[in-house]
Design a protein around this ligand. Structure first.
Ligand SMILES: Nc1nc2c(ncn2[C@@H]2O[C@H](COP(=O)(O)OP(=O)(O)OP(=O)(O)O)[C@@H](O)[C@H]2O)c(=O)[nH]1
Ligand SMILES: [Mg+2]
Length: 183
C-alpha cells in the first residue's frame, strides 16, 4: 500500500531567496502566503518581500490532492522547518542556481533537511533562465547526491515547475512507506 492517506503533504524548502514562494505561487490552484517587507539591509538588496511563516498552496497532480508548504528562508526563522515538516510525505529542496556561491550556501541547509528524516525528495536548481546558471549536474557533485534526483527549474515557468512537482509526486507514490522520522 502507498504510504499516504489519499493526499500528499510536500515541503518546499531552500535558502533565502531561492524561489520557494515563487514556486508555490506558480504551481498552486489556491494559495496563501505570509510575505512581509524585508527589514535587514543586506537582505533588502536581494529583494523586497520575504516569507515569515510559510507559503501554503493546493494543487491536484494526476488526481492526487497535493498540499504544498513553502518554508521561510531567513536563518532566524529556520526553526519553522522542523515544525512545517510534521507529517510530510516528501520535499523539494530549491537551490538558487544563478551563481556558484548560492550553491555552496545551500549545502548545510540541505544536510539539515536530510537530518529531519529519510524522506523521498528531489533537488531543483532554480533560476536556470539566468545566463551562466549552474547546471544541475554540477549541483549534484557539490551536494554529493546522485544526479538522478537533481532537476533544472525556472520557478516562474508553470510548465517547468509543474513538471518538477510531478517528478516528486511520482517518487513518493512509488517509494515503499518505510519512512523513518525523528518526530
Ligand atoms: N531569474 C529568476 N528569478 C527567480 C525565479 N524564481 C524566483 N526568482 C526571483 O528570486 C527572488 C526570490 O524569490 P522568492 O520566491 O521570494 O524566494 P523565497 O525562497 O520564497 O524567499 P524567502 O521566503 O525570503 O526565503 C525574487 O526576486 C524572484 O522574483 C526564476 O525562476 N528565475
Ligand atoms: Mg518565500
Amino acid at each position: 500500500m502507498l504510504g499516504h492517506q489519499g493526499y500528499l503533504k510536500i515541503l518546499v524548502s531552500g535558502a533565502y531567496a531561492s524561489g520557494k514562494t515563487t514556486f508555490v505561487k506558480t504551481v498552486s490552484e489556491t494559495i496563501l502566503t505570509t510575505e512581509v517587507p524585508v527589514t535587514s539591509p543586506g537582505e533588502q538588496k536581494v529583494k523586497e518581500y520575504t516569507t515569515v511563516a510559510f507559503d501554503y498552496g493546493k494543487v491536484t497532480v494526476d488526481g492526487m490532492p497535493v498540499y504544498l508548504f513553502g518554508t521561510p528562508g531567513q536563518t532566524r526563522l529556520q526553526f519553522m522547518w522542523r515544525v512545517l515538516s510534521y507529517g510530510m510525505h516528501g520535499y523539494i529542496f530549491l537551490v538558487d542556481g544563478s551563481n556558484m556561491m548560492e550553491v555552496y550556501r545551500a549545502k548545510p541547509l540541505y544536510l539539515y533537511m536530510k537530518s529531519l528524516g529519510n524522506y523521498p525528495h528531489i533537488i531543483a536548481v532554480n533560476k536556470q533562465d539566468v545566463k551562466g546558471a549552474v547546471p544541475p549536474r554540477q549541483v549534484a557533485q557539490i551536494l554529493s547526491v546522485s544526479p538522478e534526483i537533481v532537476y533544472p527549474l525556472v520557478a516562474r515557468d508553470k510548465i517547468v515547475a509543474l513538471g518538477v512537482l510531478k517528478q516528486l509526486v511520482n517518487l513518493i507514490v512509488t517509494t515503499k512507506p518505510s519512512i523513518k522520522t525523528d518526530h
